[in-house]
Design a protein around this ligand. Structure first.
Ligand code: GDP
Length: 357
């Protein structure tokens, strides 16, 4: 499934944040049959008020939100691309993720030493990006001789070689590939790290959470990538508290929503995902698909057999269903549409699939 790798320099609060993610994930996993609990993976539900409405309407026994997986990628240090620390292991783990989330320290605490002596978000971001860029340059360096040879006889390899050369130039000038505007499709098999979308978590002191000037300055450092602002220590406390006390703690630091929840939502957007909904007496559930997925692809997320045997989908928009009050009423009102295999799913579609098994 789709996952986001969490990276950051030592002592920025990664473990603290990750423990909170794991705790929150274990609570969520209890709702999912067959969910495995992996110590390196934290799962966060993407809050969706529509699900509660559907749950009420259908008398569903449980409500299952979409989820985003975060993977702890330990070992990013200066020199990781040259095998420093657990450099090689680190690079192998991060290649498998779909996006990269950088945790950046802003909190001051003099008792927690900073690896480079002083707090500087800008320099930390540069350090991390430099390591990722160097790793990509090494990957390209290894690939180019092979591509050069293949390009003599193979047209596809020639296109790949040209893309690789353009990518090398962008990286040399300090630009990450995702931001470079280069067509990365020919380079897909190289699993380049900076070709993945990035997002940023700024780990602030509690009293900085409401500092709008600071937030604007930090956002500007990483734009157009998205930024989430949180206090990892508070996040680790929130997951231990009952809902009402958690809300009180959040409000005491001027927040309406936990940082983990914001992170799940921003992660979802960064990955280019959307949801469709199913509802019945057993469960009301949000299913994750890529934007632009067709009806059979959406069915395949529930079960591969559903995609293979897809016949049609009965689709009603969430708003129309709620206005009608029930599926039967929505059908009588002509609001339920029968869609075929070319239908492109829209966010908030409530769906029943028909299929052959
Ligand atoms: P990691 O090396 O990036 O995994 O960092 P840790 O999560 O182990 O945190 C390093 C130290 O910083 C620990 O003593 C944490 O308690 C502390 N720490 C983490 N997040 C915060 C925070 O938001 N505020 C403060 N004051 N301390 C934090």
């Amino acid at each position: 499934s789709l996952s986001i790798g969490i990276v950051g320099l030592p002592n920025v609060g990664k473990s603290t944040l990750f423990n909170a993610l794991t705790k929150s994930g274990n609570a969520l996993a209890a709702n999912y049959p067959f969910a495995t609990i992996d110590p390196n993976v934290g799962v966060v539900g993407v809050p969706d008020p529509r699900l509660d409405v559907l749950g009420e309407l259908f008398g569903s026994a449980r409500v299952l939100p979409a989820k985003v997986e975060f993977v702890d990628i330990a070992g990013l240090v200066r020199g990781a691309s040259e095998g420093q620390g657990r450099g090689n292991r680190f690079l192998a783990n991060i290649r498998e993720t779909d996006a990269i989330c950088q945790v950046i320290r802003v909190f001051a605490d003099p008792d927690v030493t900073h690896v480079d002596g002083e707090i500087s978000p800008r320099r930390d971001i540069e350090t991390i990006n430099t390591e990722l860029i160097l790793a990509d340059l090494q990957t390209l360096e290894k690939a180019v001789p092979r591509l050069t040879k293949e390009a003599r006889t193979n047209k596809d390899a020639k296109a790949t070689l040209e893309a690789a050369e353009a990518a090398g130039k962008a990286l040399d000038s300090g630009t990450t590939l995702f931001a470079s505007g280069i067509d990365l499709e020919p380079l897909r098999d190289l699993h380049l790290l900076t070709a993945k979308p990035f997002l940023y978590v700024f780990n602030l002191d509690a009293d900085e959470l409401t500092d709008d000037d600071l937030r604007a300055r930090l956002s500007a450092l990483v734009a157009p990538a998205e930024a989430v602002f949180l206090d990892a220590k508070i996040e680790s406390e929130l997951v231990e508290l009952p809902d009402d006390e958690a809300l009180e703690l959040l409000q005491s630091v001027g927040q309406e929503e936990s940082g983990l929840t914001q992170l799940a939502r921003v992660g979802f957007e960064t990955l280019g995902l959307q949801t469709y909904l199913t509802a019945g007496p057993k469960e009301a559930r949000a299913w994750t698909i890529r934007k632009g997925a067709t009806a059979p692809e959406a069915a395949g997320v529930i079960h591969t057999d559903f995609q293979r045997g897809f016949i049609k989908a009965e689709v009603v928009s969430f708003e129309d269903l709620v206005a009608a009050g029930s599926m039967t009423a929505a059908r009588s009102a002509g609001k339920a549409r029968i869609e075929g295999k070319d239908y492109v799913m829209r966010d908030g579609d409530v769906v029943e699939f028909r299929f052959n098994v």
